[in-house]
Design a protein around this ligand. Structure first.
Ligand SMILES: [Zn+2]
Length: 296
């Protein structure tokens, strides 16, 4: 969905929970922001822009870092801000990690809706992909190319029979098109948990905030929200990480087995290759008309 104007929230809203990796209590306050202020995290009065330049670590989550201050696991709230079209917001955080909530972006989207969404006076700016950019890492890759709208394709390749070779495609073509993706939860495999904990990760992980697989069996009593929930979550992570570009993207992104590291490398490569141009909503729509004319 293309919006003409930038957006923020109407009222402040607080969200409380625990960090997935730290296991510690964490609260965030979402505060309205002005035009062109962008998305910013504030940790102990240090302002950390939600921008790839401050992305620091990509092990099982995306971490931002500036002046000795860390904000972990930003990807799900970034996806929620993308889904709700928010360009300007300040997120004050107590603790070092965003609360994991139910393991998806659902509760962040709900909080933004509860706070109310308002349009601002400045025009919204999109990053329109113009060049092909590809990043390859071992047997994984991610590729961005020009397309008339935003489109994400995630292709998995796992031994696990539930995830298997599934492919998920997302195009935000209507107001609520995020409904099939925004509540897809993060997941892990039972055999991974010991390893993650030995690395000081997933300390707050539980069946309340992640889907846990024991080989091909889902341990969560309520089962999966979608047959392909893990793949939908990988696409959600990609969308959240991609929003660290600073603008919503118009273009096609294909990820084969990608994760946070590849997502971040793609964002860096898009910038270093100068692979996109900034356009307003009406310029994006003009572009589409031109494409339609060419096809005809
Ligand atoms: Zn995730």
């Amino acid at each position: 969905m293309i919006c003409q104007f930038q957006r923020t929230i109407k009222n402040p809203v607080k969200i409380e929970g625990i960090g997935l990796h730290s296991g510690e209590k964490s609260s965030i306050y979402l505060i309205p922001a002005k035009e062109n202020e962008g998305i910013k995290f504030v940790k102990d009065s240090t302002v950390i822009p939600a921008n790839i330049n401050y992305a620091h670590s990509f092990d099982y989550s995306t971490t931002l870092f500036k002046d000795g201050k860390t904000v972990r696991t930003v990807e799900h709230i970034m996806a929620a801000l993308y889904f709700t079209g928010i360009d300007n917001i300040t997120i004050e955080i107590e603790g070092e990690e965003l609360p994991i909530m139910d393991g998806s972006s659902k509760e962040f989207v709900d909080a933004v809706k509860k706070a109310g969404i308002v349009s601002l006076k400045e025009k919204k700016v999109y990053a329109v992909i113009e060049e092909v950019v590809e990043v390859v890492l071992q047997d994984k890759y991610i590729k961005a190319s020009s397309y008339h709208t935003f489109k994400v394709i995630y292709q998995a390749k796992y031994e696990n029979s539930i995830i298997g070779n599934r492919r998920f495609e997302y195009i935000p073509d209507s107001k609520d098109s995020f409904l099939g993706i925004y509540n897809a939860r993060t997941y892990c495999f039972l055999e991974e948990i010991k390893y993650l904990r030995s690395k000081g990760l997933a300390k707050g992980g539980s069946l309340e905030n992640a889907v846990v697989f024991d080989r091909d069996r889902v341990l969560n009593e309520e089962g999966l929200r979608f047959d392909d929930e893990p793949i939908r979550h990988k696409a959600l992570d990609l969308i959240g990480d991609l929003y660290l570009l600073g603008y919503p993207v118009i273009g096609q992104i294909v990820s084969f087995k990608g994760g946070h590291r590849l997502n971040a490398e793609l964002v860096k490569s898009l910038i270093s290759a100068n692979a996109f141009s900034l356009k307003t909503a009406s310029e994006v729509l003009d572009l589409r008309d031109n494409i339609a004319l060419t096809i005809r």
